[in-house]
Design a protein around this ligand. Structure first.
Ligand SMILES: [Zn+2]
Length: 264
């Protein structure tokens, strides 16, 4: 079931109730109460779809507190040269494994980068075939996007893809059913430094250090979907400092799948 249909139905009921109240077909107080329920109910359903942490529509992983002082660095929207290459060099120098939620169309453009990421022991995960808001796609379009994206990444990386982060983190009943159908777990995040706005290296680092906690999933970006024009130099530089500071604070780095397997 798609959220847009439910919101449309609630809007119709709300407007219909107000219309009936206005023309005396229903007590005005009852009509106003019904309209209010529709507005607040619709607003709540929308918030539960766009806020990253709720599992109202289905299980959504945002952290794994049983993992102790392990955290997962995740990078979205790539591969995107030269920043993905620079990031891989930073991760390799520091012997850190990360998770890349890729746009499959970008992966097709840069197959060598995908192979390099997989060969280095990082986890290849799916963001989408194209960076589109899944809430606006029909169930058939969601299925096409997810199945095609998964097939491309599995072919390029040579490894099964089991995790998906929906674009913007948005999901509803239909998105979660599509993920289940394709054997994918929904993964959002618990630490969000908003690096895609390029707020400055120090700001990215300080936001991560303020929000970090045992079992955190940290959202960063090596890509810039869908425009591919902004630099990700700040993220690359910040990643080195984040690794240093988190290691000094006793944290270690694992992929998302490794994080989820800890403490079982
Ligand atoms: Zn994204």
């Amino acid at each position: 079931m798609r959220l847009v249909y439910v919101l449309g139905l609630l809007s119709l009921i709300g407007v219909g109730a107000l219309w009936c109240g206005w023309y005396g077909l229903m007590k005005r107080r009852l009509a106003a109460a019904l309209a209010a329920v529709c507005v607040f109910g619709g607003g709540a359903l929308l918030l539960l779809a766009v806020l990253p942490t709720y599992s109202f529509y289905g299980p959504t992983v945002t952290q794994h507190s049983a993992a102790g002082k392990s955290v997962a660095l995740t990078f979205d929207d790539g591969p995107y040269p030269p920043y993905t290459d620079e990031l891989l060099a930073v991760l390799q120098q520091n012997k850190v494994k990360a998770t890349f939620f890729m746009i499959a169309e970008n992966a097709e453009k840069h197959p060598q980068l995908v192979r390099q990421i997989a060969a280095a022991g990082h986890e290849v995960a799916l963001h989408a075939l194209q960076h589109r808001d899944f809430l606006k796609l029909s169930a058939a379009e969601q299925q096409q996007n997810v199945a095609a994206g998964k097939a491309i990444l599995e072919k390029l990386s040579g490894a099964p893809v089991t995790l998906l982060r929906p674009p913007h983190g948005f999901r509803d009943w239909s998105v979660m059913a599509t993920l289940r159908h394709n054997g994918l777990t929904a993964v959002n995040w618990s630490v969000i430094p908003r690096d895609w706005t390029n707020p400055g290296v120090d700001v990215i680092v300080s936001r991560v250090m303020e929000q970090v906690h045992p079992g955190a999933i940290i959202l960063l970006h090596d890509g810039d979907s869908p425009k591919y024009q902004d630099s990700r130099q700040q993220t690359v530089q910040a990643t080195q400092i984040i690794i240093d500071k988190l290691r000094a604070a006793g944290y270690n780095f694992v992929t998302v799948s490794e994080l989820l397997a800890k403490g079982e």
